[in-house]
Structure formats: structure tokens, C-alpha cells
Design a binder for this molecule. Structure first.
Ligand SMILES: Cc1cc2nc3c(=O)[nH]c(=O)nc-3n(C[C@H](O)[C@H](O)[C@H](O)COP(=O)(O)O)c2cc1C
Length: 225
């Protein structure tokens, strides 16, 4: 049996309309059950203090040999965001969409489509997450970066900020690196938008734990303890 998600709280401007200070979420398990991709943002600014809290949480992730190879470039500049947005749109229109059509459920396809065509880059902040290849073994670079990205996403959710893990712009990794001045040794690995959600997000859709877990040996299923 899965744990039923708590109803999504109003967020951003919607939270304000409900008379709440913010869409912040306190309980860790509520944060986990509410974290999901946001691809449509309002225009309200995101304070540097909030960006810093989110990035600080990201840096508390585990990494191979504790080498902490993460690099964050926080992009607020409108032209630079548009440049990254154009790479995302190009990656989608020149192959991403064709690859995803028929693979994604229509609702998700429509969300990714709107995100790739400008929703994601409309966020007031884009965080380009890089992995420094000088810090540790290349074979575990990705495994050392994505825990930090997950911390980043959870911290954003805890503050009521919308975010999403995007990789589409990596199709044009060299252009993305050039847009934010990454040296050759730092590989761009994700772009995470941060902003106040344009509308409240519905709860994430996930398959039940019983479909994924096994007691002792694979295939035993997850009968009640
Ligand atoms: C490795 C990875 C790459 C992803 N790349 C993109 C992307 O380029 N664009 C996008 O809109 N979402 C991207 N996503 C977000 C997924 O679509 C999303 O996590 C998934 O559909 C679950 O949806 P939810 O977060 O709304 O519950 C990516 C997620 C992962 C883990």
C-alpha cells in the first residue's frame, strides 16, 4: 500500500490569495510526497536568501569520497535565461518531442511540451548544475551529482518554490556551458528552474510501493509484515 499523499497546499501567489504567508511545507515526509516538476512560473521574484538556502541544502548531499564535485551557476539575467530556454526548445523541437511522443502519457507530454517551449525558462532563476571532472572518478560523477540535485528539489519544495530537474538543454551541452562560462573541466548535468508556481501543483503520481519492493529476494513481493 502506498502512503496517500496529503492534499497539495496552495503555493506562491495562490497561497497569498488564501491568506497564507507562503506555500512552505514543514514536515519532511510531506515535502517528499509533494515534490514534483513545476514548469510554469509566476513573475514574483525569488530572493537570493531563498536561492542560497536551497543551494546550501544541495551541498549537504552525499558524494563519492566526499569530493563534492557540484558546481552551481545561478542565472537571473533575462538574456542568458532566454539563451538557455532557446537551447531547451531546440532540443525538444529537433528530436526530443518526436522521441517522447507515444512514450509519455498525453498529460505529461503536454506539460513537458509547454515547459520546453518557454515555461521552464520563464522561471526567474535557472540553476545550471555542473559536475567538476577534476573532483573524483568520472565513473561516479553522475552518481555524485544527482543526490545534490534531489536535495535542491526537496529544499525548494519545502520553501514552497516550484522547481524541476531538466536535462533537455544538455543536448547542446557545449552551447549551455558557453552560455554560463563553464570551464572544460566542468560538465553541465542539469538545469533546474526556481520560481513561484503559476498555479498549485496536484500531487505527484507514483506507483504503489508494493509494486516496487520485495522482502528478502526479488519476486517475493511486499506482503504485509
Ligand atoms: C533524469 C531526468 C531528466 C529529466 N529531464 C526533464 C526535462 O528535460 N524536461 C522536463 O520538463 N522534465 C524533465 N524531467 C522531469 C520528469 O519528467 C519528472 O520527474 C517525471 O515526469 C515525474 O513527474 P512529476 O515530478 O511531475 O511527478 C526529468 C527527470 C529526470 C529524473
Amino acid at each position: 500500500m502506498g502512503v496517500p499523499p496529503s492534499p497539495a497546499p496552495p503555493v506562491g501567489r495562490a497561497a497569498a490569495a488564501w491568506g497564507l504567508a507562503s506555500g512552505a511545507v514543514d514536515d519532511f515526509f510531506d515535502v517528499v510526497h509533494r515534490q514534483r516538476a513545476c514548469r510554469s512560473f509566476g513573475t514574483d521574484p525569488v530572493d537570493d536568501a531563498d536561492v542560497e538556502r536551497v543551494l546550501d541544502a544541495a551541498t549537504f548531499a552525499p558524494s563519492a569520497e566526499n569530493r563534492q564535485p557540484w558546481v552551481f551557476v545561478v542565472v537571473r539575467d533575462e538574456r542568458r535565461r532566454a539563451e538557455i530556454g532557446a537551447l531547451t526548445r531546440r532540443a525538444w523541437e529537433e528530436g526530443g518531442r518526436a522521441h517522447s511522443e507515444g512514450r509519455l502519457a498525453p498529460g505529461l507530454l503536454a506539460e513537458v511540451d509547454a515547459g520546453a517551449r518557454g515555461g521552464v525558462s520563464s522561471a526567474p532563476v535557472l540553476v545550471v548544475v555542473g559536475g567538476d571532472t577534476r573532483l573524483g572518478d568520472a565513473r561516479v560523477l553522475e552518481a555524485s551529482i544527482f543526490p545534490c540535485v534531489q536535495n535542491l528539489l526537496l529544499a525548494a519544495t519545502a520553501l514552497g518554490l516550484g522547481s524541476s530537474l531538466t536535462t533537455l538543454p544538455l543536448v547542446f551541452g557545449r552551447e549551455l556551458a558557453a552560455a554560463v562560462g563553464l570551464p572544460d573541466e566542468v560538465r553541465a548535468m542539469a538545469v533546474v528552474p526556481l520560481g513561484w508556481p503559476a498555479r498549485p501543483l496536484s500531487p505527484p503520481r507514483r506507483q504503489p510501493l508494493a509494486d516496487k519492493a520485495h522482502r528478502e529476494v526479488y519476486g517475493a513481493g511486499w506482503p504485509p509484515a
